[in-house]
Ligand binder design. Structure first.
Ligand code: BG6
Ligand code: MG
Length: 220
């Protein structure tokens, strides 16, 4: 059965960035782990699930809490800046080969069917990453960490994204790799598709390993 026969159902398609479009979640993990180690704290993959989708400031607060330390505002800002500089040194190496499997094909399919496409990311580096990977022009709207006042699991980022593409919340589907993001999408009244493991993303309406599987399903 050809995939072009499977028409997509929803009107608005909103994508998280880190861990959904590109595998930058591993760079965030490595950079935060280094910061934790400065306080004798070893970040595990299990705890890292609680950092996915979470803003830079909230992530650092969690790490310091887990490490059992408190720091001055000045030190806090220095740590956040240093983590970001380290993270950006990995991002600097990125190119179109870093787009996760099936993502570009799926975005092109959405465009060919006239669907509206938005980015809904907590990252302040989102535009840079979309530019480096050469897919920024495939998005009708971009809402990132510079546009929101409340971090996921608050639904603000997805609500603004839906407004920007002119689609009602209930006609939007969100693709997310984080628990915080899935929760945000559900709170916004949107369909939440998990990208990753169903064990972690149990609140999602459906979970796929990657966009090659999403394309095979074909009818979202
Ligand atoms: C989210 C990531 O997309 O963006 C988080 O999942 C990250 O790990 C957050 O903390 C903020 O990103 P940035 O690039 O502004 O530090
Ligand atoms: Mg993510």
């Amino acid at each position: 059965m050809g995939e072009e026969k499977n028409k997509l159902k929803m009107k608005g398609y909103i994508f998280d960035l880190d861990g959904v479009i590109v595998d930058t979640a591993k760079f965030h993990f490595v950079a935060w782990k280094k910061i934790g180690e400065e306080f004798g704290f070893s970040l595990t993959h299990e705890l890292n699930e609680q950092l996915k989708g979470v803003s830079r400031v909230d992530s650092l607060q969690k790490i310091l809490h887990w490490a059992g330390v408190s720091v001055s505002d000045e030190k806090f800002n220095e740590l956040a800046t240093r983590k970001n500089e380290d993270y950006l040194s990995y991002v600097a190496q990125m190119n179109e080969n870093d787009i996760l499997p099936g993502v570009k094909t799926f975005l092109q399919k959405l465009r060919s069917e006239g669907k509206k496409i938005a980015l809904g990311s907590a990252s302040k580096n989102a535009r840079l990453i979309l530019e480096k990977t050469g897919i920024i022009s495939l998005f009708d709207a971009i809402v990132d960490g510079n546009d929101v006042t409340k971090a996921k699991p608050d639904p603000e980022v997805f609500i603004i994204a839906a407004q920007k593409i002119g689609v009602k919340n209930e006609e939007c589907v969100v693709f997310e790799d984080s628990e915080a993001g899935v929760q945000a999408a559900k709170t916004a009244g949107m369909k939440a598709i998990g990208i990753g493991s169903a064990d972690v993303l149990h609140q999602a309406d459906e979970v796929f390993a990657d966009f090659e599987q999403v394309i095979q399903k074909g009818t979202l």
